[in-house]
Every structure is written in C-alpha cells, then in structure tokens.
Design a protein around this ligand. Structure first.
Ligand code: SF4
Length: 509
C-alpha cells in the first residue's frame, strides 16, 4: 500500500519513486513530471483473525479507503484499531465489506476531487459509506454530490466514526474463545505501514496561519500529546518489531508549546513535553528515528547535535537520524512574507551551514511551491540562487494551486499557468542536478541500510539508508544478497554507483 501526502506545505513529493531500478536496468525513465504524482488511494487490507468458529465467520467487516498524508494515515490506523477492538474485521474488497469508511483529504483541489471520486466509487461498489477526514469539514459539498452517504465527520473524529459504524452495522457479539482486545492488538495498535516502520504522530493542528493552507481551519490549533504518551507508544512500536519511527505532526519543532512544556514522568524519570527532550529520549530507543516537518529555528541546532552524537554511538543502526524534513516552500523574502511562513525571517542559509558544521553528513529534504501569487521572475531567480547555495539533498516542488477557504486566494497578481509550469521545470532540473552530484559523492562509501523489499527473482534487496524516508525519497538497491536477508533487517553495504535519485550497492554483511 502506498499513501502519500499532497499537502503543498508539508507534502513530500516523490521525484524518485517510479518503480525500482537495479543494476540490470539503469535506464532511469523518470521525468520531473512524475513528481506531480501526489496522491494515492488505498483500499486498506490487514490480516484478519479467524479462529474457525461461527463467530469468526459472522463477524461484520468494514472496508477502509485511506487518502492523503501520513497524518491522515495515522488517523486511519487509529479508527481501524478502535473498530478492531470492538470486534470488527477489515474487509479486503468492496464486495466483502458490510460498510466502507472513506478517509478523505481536502487540501488542494485535486485532493478534493480524488476524495469525491473515491466516495462515489465506494457508493457504487458497496452502497454503505461513511466519510471522515479533512474533506468532512465540507459536509454540505459531500452530501450534495453524494446524498447516499450514511454519515460525515471531520478529521480525527475517531469516536464519531466508530459510533456511526456501530449504528449502521451492529457490533458483533464477543466470541467466548476469541477476544480481540487481548488476542489481536498489541499496545501499538493496528498499523497500516509495513511491520518494520511506523508513523508516530506527536501532535495535531497548527498555530501558524500560512496563507495557502487551510489545515488550521480543518484540524484546529496545535494540540500536543504529552511526552509520556508519545514515549509509551514509541516503546510499544519498538517491542512490536518496528525498526524505524517517523515522527510526524504539522509542526514538529513546536511540540509541547501549547502544553507549556509540561513535565511528565516516563520510566520513573521526569521529562518535559518538549521537542529537544523528546528527541533525546527517542534517540535512546536504539532504533532509527526520523524527524519530519521541522522549521529552521535556532533551537533545532541542539537537536542536530543529538543526531551527530547518536550516530557515533550506534554505528548507524539506531538513534536520531541525521535527516531533517523542512518544508521551506520558498526563499524569496517577499514570497515568504506573502505566504506568512513560520521562521520566514530566519537566515536559512546560515542555519544550514551551522547544522552541517555540527553534523557534516546531515541530509535535508524539503518541498517548494512555485508560481505563488505575486512571485516575480526576480523572486524565482532568488529561489534558484538560494537552492544553488543550499544544495539540499532531497527536493520536491508544486506549482501553486488555489484551495477553497485559503486566504492566498485573494492575493493579487496570479502567475499564469504556463509560467508556473516553466518555473517548476527549471527548479526541478536544478534540484535533480544537485541530487545527482550529491549521490555521486557517496560512491565508494559504506552505509547501513534497512531492507524494505526483496526481489527474489533478481536477488536484489530494495533498501533505504538514513538519507531516504519511505515513500518519498530514493532507494538503495543491493545486489547479490544471500538467502538470510529479510525485510526489516539492517545491512552493511558499499555503494558502487549512483543515479539522480538512487544508489546501487554491494552486500557486505
Ligand atoms: S498553517 Fe501550519 S500546517 Fe499549514 S502550512 Fe503553515 S505551518 Fe504547515
């Protein structure tokens, strides 16, 4: 299953994910246009318990279509966990479902359309449909287009969804021999990601008001989870076999601000609900921890120091990865001001230089928007020059598009589509060149990688290094693996070749 974000400010466009390529096939048929592939639909499937009894056979089944970003995926996981605790099973197709839940995204116009189409498909193919997620805020629009939907809720309305499901498809009677609360679900809940990595959502909502974004109106102001709850989930995931945690939120560097960095106790020690303290505690778990959606504030310097230290200690197999996902979106001061971006007055090139001094192998990923209203050729040139100096490792880009309810819709001087597209192509060509040069520097190096998939026919392991987040970055293709290699295992490899986005390696151990 693949689920990607298509939120321009936080989205992780994947310029590199186009099937896979190994040494036998170095024809990188990727074009920059492919980074416009922003969204995926998934009819979620999870293994169903079956104790062979009549109860198991009669158990009602709920289908689940999950759209949108990793934050929405975590919402889907939570709803499925709750439904499973109530004794429901998850159907693997429309026909086998007693009802279908569609978790929608409403961030940009194409996302809204995809969500409406998914609802329509579920109604046609199943008939009983409950809608949740970001588009649920616009219940009127959904009901006008699809009057047959049974219920509509907004984002992270877990209880309401479960209530609506139980109303339309009654809960099963509990089996005497099988209790899903005990038998099926571990403390980490049901996860929709592969077993070796998981998203860890640390907060919901956002205190910023970027003019192109409607997330605060959909999901409200920042609400952080307390540190003990975050750490308990992280430990449960590790115990369940997870090797990599992907920390997500709308604004990870603001974690705990709303709780005034509330002190809690975890494993008998006092610990603050604070970005730095959380990173320190997560780094000690001994598995990979990757940070997404961080802003370039000076206080992040201390977290970069944790990255440098933990990599030295673990030899690359655990700790806070030297990887930061920072949605810069632009560099021109006037565009950033019009966007009302967090940290817009920071000197970002200086910040990057400081981080690279602290942790020379740090990898920076980011996304950008070109063609924002009022963006002049001069602003765009400023952005290109900035990127030349910043030399970011992983870069995605969107052309600006309006979204219902965003204040940027009222800004003057819209950029014509043809200019937006031309800027997008110029920007991605530069980003691709930088990526190629940076990956070339890795040839000859020894790296630790995590196995995502194995192609037994070709005898190749499809892996990622610390520089590659799942779904959004490149891969490391490892040749000539032996039969002991398993998905979710760490390998040591040497890099033989590099393309624009991927690496090709030989298995060492
Ligand atoms: S308002 Fe918040 S969620 Fe939206 S783009 Fe800005 S920082 Fe991100």
């Amino acid at each position: 299953m693949t689920v990607q974000t298509f939120n321009p400010k936080h989205s992780n466009v994947n310029p590199s994910k186009v099937g896979y390529h190994h040494k036998a096939n170095h024809n990188q048929n990727r074009t920059i246009d492919q980074s416009a592939n922003l969204q995926n639909t998934a009819l979620v499937q999870i293994d169903k318990p079956n104790d062979g009894s009549d109860d198991a056979i009669k158990t009602p089944k709920v289908g689940f279509v999950s759209l949108g970003c990793p934050k929405a995926l975590v919402d889907s996981e939570r709803i499925i966990t709750e439904l499973t605790r109530e004794g429901y099973q998850v159907a693997k197709d429309y026909d086998g479902a007693d009802l279908v839940v569609v978790n929608t995204c409403g961030f940009i116009e194409s996302a809204v359309q995809e969500s409406l189409d998914a609802i329509g498909e579920a109604i046609t193919k199943n008939g009983k449909v409950i809608v949740t997620g970001c588009l649920g805020k616009d219940a009127q629009k959904i009901r006008t287009m699809h009057p047959a939907v049974l219920a509509v809720t907004g984002a992270h309305a877990y209880d309401e969804v479960v209530k609506a499901v139980t109303h339309h498809v009654p809960k099963p009677a509990k089996s005497k021999t099988y209790d899903p609360k005990i038998d099926l679900i571990n403390d980490a809940g049901v996860k929709l990601t592969p077993a070796h990595y998981a998203y860890l959502k640390i907060s919901e909502g956002c205190n910023h008001r970027c003019t192109f974004c409607i997330i605060p109106s959909l999901r409200g102001n920042l609400v952080s989870r307390t540190i003990d709850s975050v750490m308990n989930e992280a430990v449960a995931l590790k115990k369940a076999g997870v090797k990599e945690l992907l920390v997500i939120s709308q604004d990870t560097s603001a974690y705990g601000v709303d709780l005034k960095y509330k002190m809690a106790f975890w494993q008998g020690e006092p610990i603050k609900t604070k970005f730095f303290d959380m990173c320190q505690a997560l780094a000690r778990l001994g598995i990979w921890v990757r940070l997404h959606y961080v802003y370039p504030y000076p206080h992040v310097d201390n977290v970069v120091q944790i990255m440098a230290d933990s990599m030295k200690i673990s030899g690359g197999r655990g700790g806070l990865l030297p990887y930061l996902d920072i949605p810069f979106q632009h560099a021109s001061p006037s565009v950033l001001k019009a966007m009302k971006r967090p940290a817009m007055s920071e000197n970002t090139l200086e910040r990057l230089a400081i981080w690279r001094q602290i942790c020379p192998n740090i990898v920076i990923r980011s996304t950008f928007v070109v063609g924002f209203p009022g963006e002049t050729e001069e602003d765009f040139e400023y952005l290109l020059n900035w990127l030349k100096q910043a030399r970011l490792d992983r870069v995605g880009c969107f052309t600006y598009s309006q979204i219902d309810g965003a204040t940027a819709n009222d800004l003057p001087n819209p950029v014509p589509e043809s200019i937006k597209q031309a800027r997008y192509e110029r920007f991605m060509a530069l980003a691709q060149q930088i990526s190629k040069e940076k990956l070339q520097e890795k040839v000859g190096q020894t790296l630790v990688v995590l196995v995502d998939e194995i192609d037994f026919d070709e005898n190749i392991a499809i892996c990622r290094s610390y520089a590659d987040a799942p779904e959004i970055d490149g891969h490391v293709y490892v040749d000539d693996i032996d039969e002991t290699v398993k998905v979710g295992q760490f390998l040591t490899v040497t890099i033989d070749e590099a393309s624009e986005y991927d690496l090709f390696a030989s298995f060492v151990a």
